[in-house]
Structure formats: C-alpha cells, structure tokens
Design a protein around this ligand. Structure first.
Ligand code: BES
Ligand code: MG
Ligand code: ZN
Length: 464
C-alpha cells in the first residue's frame, strides 16, 4: 500500500475516511457524531460506518473505538487500525485516509497495523484478494517511513514462511539473501561447510537431495556501537527424518524456516533503517528428510566447537543445525547473539500462540528483549535454564544427546544450545514454534505466517 502524507486528511477525496472514537466522547467527524447509535460507545473493537451521501469528500466514514484516551497504547492503535483496514477491504475501498484525533504518537503503529491487515498470501490463487492501494495519513513524524520498512521486512518474512517447501528451498533462501542491498552476503556450499567442521548441521542435511546452504549476511555501519549476530533456524522442511513425524504434525513443517525468514526480513531492510550496530545474520539452511543417506538414531556427530552429540531423535534437528551456526556466530567476536527458531512443540504446548518462549545466558539481556517486544506488540515469556534440564541430555557415549526427557522440552533444547555459545557473549534464544504460524486468525493477523521476531529484533537493534 502506498502511504501518502498530507497536511489535512479530512479534505482528501477517498473511499473511506477512518476516524477514531474515544469512549463516550465525540469524534472529529460531524456525521458520526450525529448518526452513530448510542450503542456505539467507542470501546476497542467497536466500529460504525456511514455513507456520506456527498456531504464529505470521502464516500464513507468509518469510526473505530479506541477505548479511553488514557488507556491508549501501541497495541490498541495497531489492532484497531488493522481491523478498520479489513473493514475498508470489505467495502471494496481502494483509497483510505486516517483522521486520528489524539496527541498519542500513532503514526508507526497505524502504518504497521494497516500493512499487516492488507497482507494476503494469494500468489498461488488465480483470483486475488482485494487490497487497499493508498492510505493518506496526516503529518505526524517521519517515523512513518521507518514503519514502512519494518512492514516490508515483515512481509518478506511472512511470504517466505507461507511459501511451500518446493519454492522456499535452501538455494532459494541463499538467492534471496544475495539480492539484498547495502549488505555483504557470503554463501558457503557443502564442501566449505564440511571444511568448517559443521558436523551436526551436515548430518541433518545429508538425507535431502536439496543441497545445504550456509548463509552469512553482514551489515556494517561506519561507527558501530556493538556487534550483534542474529541466527535463524532454516529448516526448509522438517519431516522428522527417520524418526518421521505423523501426517498431522508434518502438515505445516514448511514453516520450520520461520526463524530464517525473520532474519532475512530484517536484513532486507536493515541498510535503510541504519541502526548503529554491526549485524551478522546467519542461517544454516537445509531440509530434514528420510532417505538411505539420512543420519540415524545412534549416530555420533561432532559440532564445530569439537563437542560430540549422540543422535537420540532425528526430529530434534533444529538444535543440531543451530549448534554449528551458534559456534560460527561466536567466532565472529560479536558481543551479542540472538537466535530465533521454531524449535520445540513443548514451547507451543506451554505458551500456545499467545507468546514466544525466551531463554538466555544473561537475564538482563533477556529482559531487554522482552521489553523491546512488549513495545512493538510481540510477547515473550522467559523459560528457565536450570541444571536439571541439562542433566536430561546426558549421554553414555558422547558429550550429550540431542533430546532430553519427555517433559520440559523447551528448556532442555535451550540448555542444549547453550553448549555452543561462548560465555563472553550475551545470548538469547527465541522459541517461536507456537507463534510463527497461526492455524486461526489472532489479533490483527490472519491465518498462516506472522513474521514474528522482525519487529522485536529490529526495535532492539534500533535502540542503539
Ligand atoms: N520443528 C519442530 C518443532 C515444532 C513443532 C515447530 C511444532 C512448530 C510446531 C522440531 O524440529 C521438532 O520436531 N521438535 C521435536 C523435538 C523432540 C523430538 C525432542 C518436538 O518438539 O516434538
Ligand atoms: Mg524436528
Ligand atoms: Zn524442526
């Protein structure tokens, strides 16, 4: 959608003018004030639409409830603008305008909410969804441009996770990474991955006819305040391998590269957002497939840092690919590492789709990320990193096994990853298994990929 900034949105000739209504207060719009029924109080979620019959420059006015002004926050704005935009699409509107009457800085969240609502994954449908093409917004601040880049990053992340595995292959991800501007991209092929000693990652990849691609994208501003690595789980398809998943569990496993999609979404727009930090994006992309070449339960793998892993279950593959990626990240001499992964069904069982799990080796860092997410509307819930979860990973024949006990799986996975992070770096692990892909609409999101992590991590990077 094209965003147009004008002095006064009330005078714009468009299909729908969106106005806000605070609870039990009048709106900026005379027609709404005159004709809205008493039942329309202005609570969040309520709306009222009226045809202007030529009395105003817009064809319709849509009033949306914002609740009380003192309770107004980013989430209320974003969700209610998203809802309004969906309503505008139902009215078959092409051009809309926002007349938001408040001192609250609403620009960024309005644009992001509108873009989230206007997103459809209809590439493979012959009949396309209706989309809003232009949105007028009053001069609030130049942050609207920032919001458009964030939305662009989210859109790429959502598209890639929604794409079938037949399209979003490791090679495709590599190709996309190489197309980004303002960054430097290196792709390591299988041969080089082996030379780097990434035995855990390669074991996962060996069962697929799709070649693995290790992707490293670097964004380097002139005077960086810090060096940060962001690592995304890039399982382009997770069948479970020889420990194959039942059909119902395999159904959405094209989304097992949502962490990678998030990282790619961020790197697509990072050179336009220009944070004052050096950012290294790392993806160990591959597929987990059953075949006569597959790695097997009982195999003993050696990761890049020399630690050995007994394969207990070939479906606990994400942590094996991340192990080598985390070693690589730490060797870059970064101060901080954030990994994002659709890692465990256990995290999904614990938190559902309401929040992502978060763990790390530094509570302060974890808290900073939780706060960053809270501000942009992504929830993270800290899970424990206790020794008990590490004890579950003990192996008789290697330094560790790749799975723990039946319960507490999200924390066991976190303790596994910790083995591949050096103590000097601040590290946080985001488990987005439950939040990356929705099986029913939630808040401003439709079914399917959410692009989770893009906003939180970008907001964090921009805080420097
Ligand atoms: N990709 C899955 C985790 C997952 C599950 C993501 C559901 C999204 C939705 C991961 O590779 C996996 O298979 N994990 C296993 C680990 C188990 C074998 C220890 C799981 O959670 O069942
Ligand atoms: Mg798996
Ligand atoms: Zn997986």
């Amino acid at each position: 959608m094209e965003i147009k900034i004008v002095e006064n949105t009330r005078d714009v000739e468009c299909d729908v003018l969106i106005v806000n209504k605070f609870e039990d207060e009048l709106t900026s719009n005379p027609l709404v004030n005159k004709y809205a029924p008493d039942t329309f109080k202005g609570k969040p979620g309520e709306s009222f639409v009226i045809h202007t019959r030529g009395e105003l420059p817009s064809t319709y006015v849509l009033a949306v409830g914002f609740g009380t002004e003192q309770n107004l926050d980013n989430n209320i704005i974003r969700e209610n603008i998203a809802k309004a935009v969906k309503k505008c699409a139902e009215l078959k509107a092409k051009t809309i305008a926002l007349d938001i009457d408040t001192n609250f800085a609403f620009g960024v969240q309005s644009v992001i909410g509108a873009e989230i609502a206007n997103y459809h994954f209809d590439k493979y449908k012959t009949k396309k969804e209706h989309r809003i093409s232009e949105m007028y917004i009053s001069k609030v601040s130049n942050d609207v441009v920032l919001a458009q880049y964030v939305a662009e990053g989210m859109k790429l992340a959502r598209n890639l996770a929604n794409e079938p595995a037949a399209f979003a292959t490791p090679s495709k991800l590599a190709e996309i990474a190489q197309s980004f501007e303002g960054v430097g991209t290196t792709i390591y092929e299988e041969e080089q991955i082996r030379e780097m000693g990434m035995g855990a990652y390669l074991a996962v990849a060996q069962g697929s006819s799709q070649a693995p691609k290790f992707i490293h994208i670097k964004y380097a501003p002139e005077y960086p305040r810090r060096k940060i690595a962001i690592v995304g789980k890039g399982l382009c398809f997770d069948s479970g391998g020889l420990d194959i998943k039942p059909a119902a569990s395999m159904l959405n496993m094209k989304d097992d590269m949502s962490g990678a999609a998030c990282v790619l979404g961020i790197m697509k727009v990072i050179s336009k957002l220009k944070p004052n930090v050096e950012v290294h994006a790392i993806i160990a992309a591959c597929e987990n497939m059953p075949s006569s070449n597959s790695y097997k339960p009982g195999d003993i793998l050696t990761a890049k840092n020399g630690k050995t892993i007994e394969v207990d279950n070939t479906d606990a593959e994400g942590r094996l690919t991340l192990a080598d990626a985390l070693c690589y990240a730490c060797e870059l001499g970064v101060h901080e590492v954030i990994d994002i992964a659709t890692l465990t069904g256990a995290c999904m069982v614990a938190l559902g789709s309401a929040a992502s799990g978060i763990m790390g080796n530094n509570d302060e860092f974890v808290k900073e990320l939780i706060k960053s997410g809270e501000y942009v509307g992504e929830k993270f819930w800290q899970l424990p990193m206790w020794q008990e979860y590490r004890d579950n990973l003990k192996s008789d024949v290697a330094d560790m096994r790749n799975t723990g006990a039946r319960y507490g799986g999200a924390s066991s996975a976190g303790m596994f990853l910790k083995e591949f992070v050096t103590d000097q770096v601040r590290w946080a692990h985001l488990d987005v298994a439950g939040t990356a892909f929705l099986d029913k609409p939630q808040h401003e999101f439709s079914k399917g990929a959410t692009g989770v992590g893009v906003r939180t991590i970008l907001n964090y990077l921009l805080s420097y």
